[in-house]
Design a protein around this ligand. Sequence first.
Ligand SMILES: [Fe+2]
Ligand SMILES: [Fe+2]
Length: 270
Amino acid sequence: MRVLFCGDVMGRSGRQVVLDHVPALRKRLALDLVVVNGENAASGHGITVKIAEELLANGVDVLTTGNHVWDQRELLTQIDSMPRVLRPANLPAGTPGRGASIVQTPAGKKVMVINIIARLFMDLYDNPFAAIERILAEYTLGKNVHAVIVDFHGEASSEKQAMGHFLDGRVSLVVGTHTHVPTADHRILPGGTAYQTDVGMCGDYDSVIGMGKDVATQRFLKKVPLPRLEPALGPATLCAILVDLDDATGLATRIEPVRIGGLLSQAVPA
Ligand SMILES: [Fe+2]
Ligand SMILES: [Fe+2]
């Protein structure tokens, strides 16, 4: 099985690079599943129903989110009817939506996608380690589910690496999101889980983590009200990770970074 996971889609240019490339990549790389973090798709702030539907109609199977999940309030009332849009699993009980979803690939494989959020330098979320342990209690990789993809949305590389080791051998992929900068530590952990601390964003890198660089830089220099931060609108780089999984075990056999378009050095798997 072959899976592509794309990092946080940042505003219009991020959406454009996904729409421009994901449908073609899906065919050319024979992708079985595409997961995209959409938490910044609507001008950097959350995702609207319309944007989610557009991405899901253009080669994306599941959208994950993060701390920006409720920036577009309409999602609060709509997410229960959107099984392919996830919010972090470790939000308080009673929060609308779901943190994990099982989808079927065209070849009939059952894939569980889990979205969890970290705590270090973040907010007062429930323990992400305990939350994912509860979800995995019912699912065994290679037994009742063919693959498990985990988006761990967080700031601290330490917490994300710890999650990778915590889940090693029990899930197919642990990939970090939220920092909007790709790390170069993609690898297969000793137990067979593919891992990358952060996949980066799908957005314009001539920016400060996707926001216009002038205002975003002034925020570090001045303590007066400044214009609202708006996403940078130059050509985006699609930042993603490609993983191949063993059909019998659901563990990883290959992990490759993907960087297409925009400013970053290009990496396109053969
Ligand atoms: Fe983000
Ligand atoms: Fe985030």
